[in-house]
Design a binder for this molecule. Structure first.
Ligand SMILES: [Zn+2]
Length: 85
């Protein structure tokens, strides 16, 4: 049965977009079409993801613990941005 992703699902799925199956990817895109907040959120993650990958390429010896910390900090700042608007 088709069930539309909720905003909460989107925030989870954005971090694992490579793991989504075809139906889920469609679902995801449909939600972004109708939901401006998630569109903004997903775009933010995308931009950060690209920058993040660049940093990782440059600094291969960075510890995974530090990466997780950085990731959490970025996610927190996105959440704050979304709340203040
Ligand atoms: Zn949404």
């Amino acid at each position: 049965m088709f069930k539309m992703f909720s905003c909460k699902d989107i925030s989870k799925a954005t971090c694992h977009s490579d793991d989504l199956n075809l139906a889920e990817k469609l679902n995801y895109k449909m939600h972004l079409l109708i939901c401006g907040n998630c569109r903004k959120y997903a775009h933010g993650i995308e931009v950060i993801g690209e920058k993040f990958t660049e940093v990782l390429k440059k600094k291969r010896n960075i510890s995974s613990e530090k990466i997780t910390q950085l990731e959490n900090r970025i996610l927190e700042s996105i959440k704050k941005n979304n709340e203040s608007e």
